[in-house]
Design a protein around this ligand. Structure first.
Ligand code: HEC
Length: 109
């Protein structure tokens, strides 16, 4: 069998990769709350849904212990209330973002 000219091979490969790129665009959008959590570096210290550091408590099931309001309070008080804590305080975040993160964590279970 005669091998196809190189140009057809190149066209075939290009079309394959452009289809792959379009398919990648269709991946579901990441939850905005999870995006905040990633950007703020919570997982540097906490495990959330199986990923993250072990410096502090696993937050995956935090909703079974704390209400969304309590989680939000933790975010703005940081370690103020705890003697040996070192969690940063996120008081500079917009209220809407704090609520978004708290609701997200509360609903994880
Ligand atoms: C530098 C490490 C660090 C980072 C970053 C961090 N935390 Fe924490 N977090 C802690 C520690 C340590 C505690 C334990 C309480 C304490 O001692 O302050 C804690 C406690 C908590 C608690 C209460 C947990 C419980 O079991 O009562 C919540 C909720 C929480 N963090 C959420 C977050 C979120 C959301 C972020 C990101 C916006 C974040 N943390 C970022 C270290 C961190």
């Amino acid at each position: 069998m005669k091998t196809p000219p190189l140009i057809f091979v190149i066209i075939f490969l290009c079309s394959f990769f452009s289809v792959a790129a379009i398919a990648a665009d269709d991946t579901p959008q990441i939850d905005p709350a999870l995006e905040l959590i990633n950007v703020l570096g919570c997982k540097g210290c906490h495990v959330i849904s199986g990923k993250g550091g072990s410096l502090a408590t696993d937050l995956t099931h935090i909703g079974s212990r704390l209400s969304a309001k309590q989680i939000e309070a933790q975010l703005t008080s940081g370690s103020a209330a705890q003697v040996k804590g070192f969690m940063p305080s996120y008081t500079s975040l917009p209220k809407a973002d704090l609520q978004r993160i708290s609701e997200y964590l509360y609903n994880l279970h």
